[in-house]
Design a protein around this ligand. Structure first.
Ligand code: GDP
Ligand code: MN
Length: 388
């Protein structure tokens, strides 16, 4: 799960990491008031769940409350396009107005999970070339990125912070501050079940202190049940609407770019089905695992989600009935299809528990669909229908 920059900064504050003073505004008038109360030069920043805002025109400095008003007027309501939003961009609904420190230098500091075989642990990444071009640096000058792995059993060690500080070329006067930030980030990561924490830029201010000017926190969805305070920060307007519906229905749905919609039970079978659609020359429109215990109601909702994607041209239902019985699936599909106006060509492959009952339900309905016994045959048929 992603959260907004201003929410992430509130969490950094809890961990005693210095961030600029500021508040969120939803109107230019509010932005003016916040700027006036801060009594200093401010920066007005678009709050969307994507980075690269600076280059996209979503971050503006303002020397006076009046300028803050103008900046907010320009940003709120804009469709902000950055390299992370995709070409369709994102509508900006709110801005963060905060004090803008004099910046001496911009650093990068992140903590991620490195899943590679050699590491399989959390790794600090840091660079003295922080700011807006860190992706470029990572690609063209990876030697400028300092890394330090954190042993899962030992945890954070102060020597690692010193090692990173040295790699960043930090002045001795900053090493204590830096160690505290590095330690806090690690604690935050573990305590909050984060999947990514990043400060970019972490700045050295003109008065010689470290401050987190921008930050990004992502959380592990499977850890959210332990953190109601994090769950409460969810902003559904920033998420793919069909994925939000799927979360609320309790099925695993990820929207993709193709046009063959799939409904499958089990993540492994869903992955295989997507592979076979590709092998047959098509593109899957989604990953959808309805799970083992889905009720006909959940199947019905899943089917609706799947067909609401305007890109979907054909549907492949591939169910291997184990715990999930084929007749339940059939009932759900028939219910859903009878309520949906748009009729899409469909291929159904059912195998396993109660398969005969399932087929009977489908055949007795007024649905038109093709039946396949083998999985690859099913994928081929669905791909062919999607191309008609
Ligand atoms: P991002 O582009 O979405 O990562 O947004 P950032 O918050 O990182 O802002 C991009 C850039 O704007 C930063 O790298 C800074 O150069 C600049 N910037 C952001 N906030 C401030 C500020 O408070 N003061 C100054 N001088 N520059 C800032
Ligand atoms: Mn940034």
């Amino acid at each position: 799960m992603k959260i907004h920059e201003y929410q992430a900064k509130n969490i950094l504050r809890e961990y005693n990491i210095t961030v600029p003073r500021g508040e969120v505004a939803t109107t230019p008038e509010m932005a003016r008031e916040i700027a006036a109360s801060l009594k200093t030069r401010v920066v007005v920043k678009a709050q969307i769940h994507a980075g690269g805002r600076g280059k996209g025109g979503g971050v503006r400095l303002a020397a006076s409350p009046e300028e803050a008003f103008e900046a907010a007027k320009g940003i709120i309501g804009m469709n902000l396009v950055t390299h992370q939003t995709g070409p369709e961009g994102k509508l900006v609904r709110q801005v963060l107005v905060e004090e803008a420190p004099e910046i001496e230098k911009e650093l990068y500091l992140g903590l991620v999970v490195d899943r590679s075989r050699e590491r399989e642990c959390m790794v600090y990444m840091a660079s003295e070339a922080g700011g807006m071009d860190i992706e470029e640096i990572a690609r063209t000058a990876p030697e400028k990125i300092v890394k330090a792995a954190v042993h899962p059993a030992i945890g954070f060690s102060p020597f690692q912070a010193r090692k990173i500080a040295y790699g960043l070329g930090l002045d001795k006067s900053l090493s204590a501050q830096f160690s505290n930030i590095a330690r806090s980030l690690h604690r935050l990561f573990v305590e909050k079940d984060a999947s990514l924490v990043e400060i970019n830029p972490l700045v050295i201010t003109a008065d010689g202190n470290l401050m987190a000017v921008d930050t990004k926190l992502n959380f592990d969805d499977d850890g959210l049940f332990r953190h109601p305070e994090i769950k409460a920060l969810r902003d559904e307007t920033e998420e793919e609407p069909l994925e939000v519906e799927a979360v609320n229905t309790g099925v695993n749905y990820i929207k993709l770019d193709g046009n063959v919609g799939c409904m499958v039970n089990g993540a492994g079978l869903a992955m295989t089905t997507m592979d076979l659609i590709k092998l047959a020359g098509g593109e899957p429109a989604n990953f959808l695992d309805v799970g083992g215990g889905a009720s006909p109601e959940q199947i019905e909702k899943a089917f609706r989600i799947l067909t609401s994607d305007p890109k979907v041209k054909a549907i492949l239902v591939n169910i291997f009935g184990g715990i999930l019985r084929c007749d339940r699936v059939a009932t759900g599909v028939v219910e859903a299809a009878s309520k949906i106006k748009k009729k899409l060509p469909m291929v159904v492959r059912l195998q396993g528990t109660n398969v005969e009952e399932g087929r009977k339900i489908l055949q007795e309905s007024d649905l038109t669909f093709e039946v396949a016994d083998e999985l690859y045959e099913a994928a081929q048929k669905a791909v062919e229908l999607s191309k008609r």
